[in-house]
Design a protein around this ligand. Structure first.
Ligand code: TXA
Ligand code: MG
Length: 344
């Protein structure tokens, strides 16, 4: 049952208050509004309204076992969502908020089960995008918002991407141009405090957190991402994956000639020299040499290539270094390892 999706444009730096009020009205009456954040576009509903939050899962086709991040306009609102605000949270928030860091903490009774998938914890973050921040402020309530894509598709970094996936399934899309960071937030578990654990690597790195001093890491539990869907027979266990078969290698010389059979595109990262590719991906090469530029461009590039009816996308992974950790994490989930024999 399609609904009419209203698209409204705003200026990121100086969002129109009348448009924000209209969007806030939709949210307060239980609607879904997709909005820009600095990482990716989010699909928002009022976090304290269980019926509205259930609509997010329906619109995305998201398994109800995967918890949502709650977006707040500051520490005060965050503290309403959680039951304990440790000193570590205060330090991290004052260093990295507003910004791409989600803190997982014990939840308060204000946050319903549907948001947390029944867990006793909730992820909270204060986004840096001015439209997002002002929207939350105007609604006056925290917004539950996963990335605004259909489940298992690449996250959206533009309003156009949101419409590709969710036109007719959400009430409103706020368009404020492309996301500047381009990769989802770092998800940090503070529930084993004083030990920290990264659940999803992202734009805020472990090294940046360490630079604050005094933090200790739970080395027993390696960095893992908990939203990998359980592999089921006949279905891809890949997440964030393009529909086009997508393969990865650590080094270009591992590619066998079958990699270039038919129509293939190549994506490379880091310092790049000329390689054996037949068909160069148009935004490959030096433009993806820099981690933050690569982050900002990656999802757009994957969607763009996915729309071309290619036989395959081949990814040469960036170096296994801290500044590439988040990109490597997403590529590991978007692409399967290239087998020397080539594709079956
Ligand atoms: O940058 C972002 O984080 C974007 C923008 C919209 O803010 N949001 C986003 O949401 O990426 P989503 O739903 O696509 O990813 C949320 C991640 C998932 O890996 C989820 O499992 C994890 O956060 N998460 C959320 N709440 C959690 C909790 N209570 N415990 C552990 N992991 C949690
Ligand atoms: Mg997502």
């Amino acid at each position: 049952m399609a609904i009419q999706t209203v698209v409204l444009r705003l200026n990121t730096r100086d969002p129109d208050a009348a448009i924000l009020r209209r969007a806030a009205e939709v949210l307060r009456s239980g609607g879904l509004v997709a909005f820009p954040t600095e990482t990716v576009y989010g699909l928002g509903a009022v976090a304290t309204d269980p019926a509205a939050v259930r609509r997010i899962f329906d619109a995305k086709g998201r398994p109800s076992t995967n918890p949502l991040i709650v977006h707040v306009d500051g520490v005060e609102m965050a503290r309403d969502c959680i039951s304990d605000w440790p000193g570590a949270a205060e330090r991290l928030a004052s260093s990295f908020w507003p910004g791409p860091l989600t803190l997982v903490l014990p939840r308060s009774s204000a946050i319903p089960d549907v948001v947390t998938a029944g867990r006793g914890t909730v992820g909270v973050r204060m986004p840096a995008n001015e439209v997002a921040r002002r929207l939350i402020e105007t609604v006056g309530r925290p917004l539950a918002a996963p990335s605004a894509n259909r489940s298992n598709r690449v996250s959206p970094t533009t309003a156009e991407h949101v419409l590709q996936d969710l036109d007719g399934r959400v009430d409103m899309v706020l368009d404020a141009g492309p996301a500047t960071v381009g990769l989802e937030s770092t998800v940090l578990d503070l529930t084993r405090e004083p030990l920290l654990r990264i659940l999803r690597p992202g734009p805020i790195t472990r090294q940046q957190i360490d630079a604050l001093g005094g933090f200790r890491w739970d080395e027993e539990a390696p960095e893992t991402v908990d939203d990998r869907p359980a592999p089921s027979p006949g279905m891809s266990s890949l997440h964030y994956a393009p529909a086009t078969p997508t393969f990865r290698v650590e080094h270009e010389h591992e590619l066998t000639p079958t990699a270039w059979a038919g129509r293939a595109a190549l994506i490379r990262f880091g310092p790049v020299e000329a390689g054996p590719s037949e068909l160069r991906c148009p935004v490959g090469g030096p433009r993806l040499a820099d981690p933050s530029v690569a982050a900002a461009r990656l999802y757009e590039l994957l969607r763009e290539l996915d729309g071309r009816g290619l036989d395959r996308i081949v990814v040469v992974m960036p170096p296994d270094e801290p500044e590439w950790a988040a990109i490597r994490d997403r590529l590991n989930r978007a692409a399967r390892a290239w087998e020397p024999g080539g594709p079956r």
